[in-house]
Design a protein around this ligand. Structure first.
Ligand SMILES: Cc1cc2nc3c(=O)[nH]c(=O)nc-3n(C[C@H](O)[C@H](O)[C@H](O)COP(=O)(O)OP(=O)(O)OC[C@H]3O[C@@H](n4cnc5c(N)ncnc54)[C@H](O)[C@@H]3O)c2cc1C
Length: 575
């Protein structure tokens, strides 16, 4: 029997649901409604359009066979009706009609439905400071804003830019401005680290260091308090608690919130923070209304709790699962891992599951293994180090999250995607040790980095390895008198270790090369706690086992070794 389907929102989740549904139920009458004139675009491509990597905005709206996805395309190619510049203003659930307003004419109309889909997405969080309404201040709310930003830059109107917000969108926009256009760009983040609540601080700190190396000034732990105007009323700067930054363009990217007013006003169940509540079939509290994408509250497959994951990948998968359910194919969307990846200049940062900090906050008996293996066979040309961390629960040995920082290539994404699949299935450390990865030297190592980080986690969990947290090590390096009994045991090549011995003296920094440990271990003084240091942490573990065997069981390994420290570049680090 033919059904009338109305879908509100036509960017990612809406069109995905519409197209899948039309394929499954060709006779159904499907109408997509959107208040915007530009629809079905790859919002994730916006930073690459602004940078110029993507030459024209229409590429973000085109299919892989180069046809622009506009109203005509949906009608002719897909048999789906599209009404743009049409805003849904209310839902009458009793009568099953959506009240819409035609934005060009102001006319109101009713659209009857058998099933309604809400794919209303998210809206940028409004920063409550003076000056946000000034000419030259933008949020990345839609493609129009991106077009306007790029136009201004291309016209040579932008020399200095300030990005407020150190989340993924802010960082990607900062790179876009600096990298290809050479705009002097500063980024201000209120929290003490970039990507707050997404990655742990060492990963955020590595990213910050890399942005700064590439000329983006990054100010973390600093709040933007006012956006300043010049005499013509145009933006000219941003004031923070600590400085004033010049700007002829300001991008405000301080997070997004679910756009759920329509749902809330219709009496649907909505989380206090705004996410529309849906069951695993993407059905809201009204069985005739479904929802998907950035407007919904998701469930974390790690914690089982409600979470917010506004991601294009999820919007598309949810849209498809929703359509299946409507068409009579029972499909469960079980929840989200929160898999995330982004490029920043020549680096890549990625995560899946939850961070160590989040795991502690959730009450897990959390610990982590931190490693820095090569991203392909160590003898292969152009191999590079990838920093990989696995977060686990000591009590159940379940893996809770994996995060990484490496070169801008496919190495990290392959590991994160593997981890996401395992974590969603509730995998333990041993499952990660066992997972079979494809190997050839140009792609990976014979002992894959995802297996290797799990081996370290096993050793930690079983007490075969004792590690020193990175933050405790860095604190000691700032003030060695805080732990007078600690001694750095540097087992690297003398060329790497000796400059430190010269600086700190043998009482604080002892250099005994790994290969000579078995003949020189007696040089290690009694009564000292050795922090064993090498580049990756692997040799350090071996030396720890050797010292334990000799009854010297008071040593600690710096997980991930100096490879991690070198990416943070603290003041004391000798390049
Ligand atoms: C700069 C940027 C970079 C991103 N990068 C990535 C990335 O790399 N990876 C990733 O996974 N995700 C990324 N995202 C997120 C991704 O774009 C979103 O998750 C995705 O667009 C969500 O799709 P959606 O259909 O749920 O909602 P939206 O894209 O927000 O679309 C919702 C649509 O509904 C319309 N609408 C809302 N209310 C009404 C109403 N009452 N009546 C009519 N129309 C209405 C809106 O105008 C909008 O057009 C990025 C986002 C941005 C902005």
């Amino acid at each position: 029997m033919e059904k009338k389907i109305v879908i509100v929102g036509a960017v990612a989740a809406g069109p995905k649901a519409a197209c899948r549904l039309k394929r499954l139920q060709p006779d159904w009458d499907i109408t997509l409604v959107d208040q915007d004139s530009l629809i079905s675009y790859g919002g994730c491509g916006i930073p690459y359009y602004v940078s110029g990597d993507v030459s024209d905005e229409s590429e973000l709206r085109a299919t892989s066979f180069h046809v622009v996805r506009d109203e005509k395309f949906f009608q002719e190619a897909k048999g789906i009706k599209v009404q743009t510049r049409t805003r849904a203003i209310s839902i009458d659930r009793q009568r099953k009609v959506v009240q819409v307003e035609r934005l060009e004419s102001g006319q109101e109309e009713e659209l009857p439905y058998d099933k309604l889909i809400l794919a209303t997405g998210a809206k940028p969080f409004a920063l409550p400071i003076p000056g946000v309404e000034l000419d030259g201040v933008f949020t990345i709310a839609n493609l129009h804003k991106a077009i306007e930003i790029r136009k201004r830059i291309a016209q040579g109107k932008v020399s200095n830019a300030v990005v407020i917000g150190g989340g993924a969108i802010g960082i990607e926009m900062a790179e876009a401005l600096k990298d290809l256009w050479g705009v002097e760009t500063s980024l201000v983040e209120l929290e003490p680290q970039l990507l707050p609540c997404i990655v742990d601080w060492p990963f955020a700190a590595m990213l910050k260091n890399h942005l700064q190396e590439n000329g983006v000034q990054v100010f973390t732990g600093e709040s933007a308090t006012e956006i300043l105007a010049n005499a013509e009323g145009k933006v000219c700067g941003v004031k923070t608690g600590m400085r004033t930054l010049e700007a002829d363009l300001v991008i405000v990217a301080v997070g997004v919130r679910p756009r759920s007013e329509l749902a809330r006003e219709a009496g649907l169940s909505v989380a206090p923070w705004g996410g529309i509540r849906v069951n695993q079939r993407l059905q809201t509290s009204d069985p005739d209304i479904y929802a998907a994408g950035d407007c919904v509250a998701s469930t974390s497959v790690v914690t089982g709790r409600e979470t917010y994951a506004p991601l294009g990948s999820l919007a598309n998968r949810e849209g498809r699962a929703l359509a299946d359910n409507l068409a009579g194919i029972p499909t469960r969307f079980k929840g989200v891992c929160g898999s995330f990846i982004m490029k920043a200049f020549e680096r890549c940062i990625a995560t899946t599951g939850i961070s160590y900090e989040a795991a502690l906050a959730e009450g897990y008996d959390a610990d982590y293994a931190l490693t820095s293996p090569p991203d392909r066979a160590h003898f292969f040309p152009n191999q590079s180090v990838v920093i990989l961390q696995l977060v686990f629960d000591r009590r159940t040995r379940r893996v809770l999250g994996v995060q990484g920082f490496g070169m801008m290539n496919d190495s990290l994404s392959a590991r994160i995607d593997t981890a996401a699949g395992l974590i969603a299935a509730g995998a333990t450390i041993e499952d990660f040790s066992d997972v079979e990865m494809a190997y050839a030297p140009p792609f990976s190592s014979a002992i894959d980095s995802i297996n290797a980080v799990a081996y370290v986690a096993e050793n930690l969990c079983d007490g075969r390895m004792r590690q020193l947290d990175l933050d405790r090590f860095l604190a000691w390096m700032e003030d060695m008198s805080s732990q007078p009994d600690w001694l750095a045991l540097d087992i690297r090549h003398p060329l790497e270790a000796e400059p430190y011995v010269e600086r700190y003296g043998r009482e604080k920094w002892l250099a005994v090369q790994y290969e000579q440990m078995r003949e020189r271990y007696q040089e290690i003084p009694e009564g000292k706690t050795c922090i064993i240091l090498c580049n990756a942490g692997t040799r350090s573990y071996e030396v720890q086992v050797f010292l334990d065997h000799l009854g010297k069981s008071d040593s600690m390994v710096l997980g991930g070794g100096l490879n991690v420290v070198s990416r943070l570049e603290p003041d004391w680090y000798i390049k």
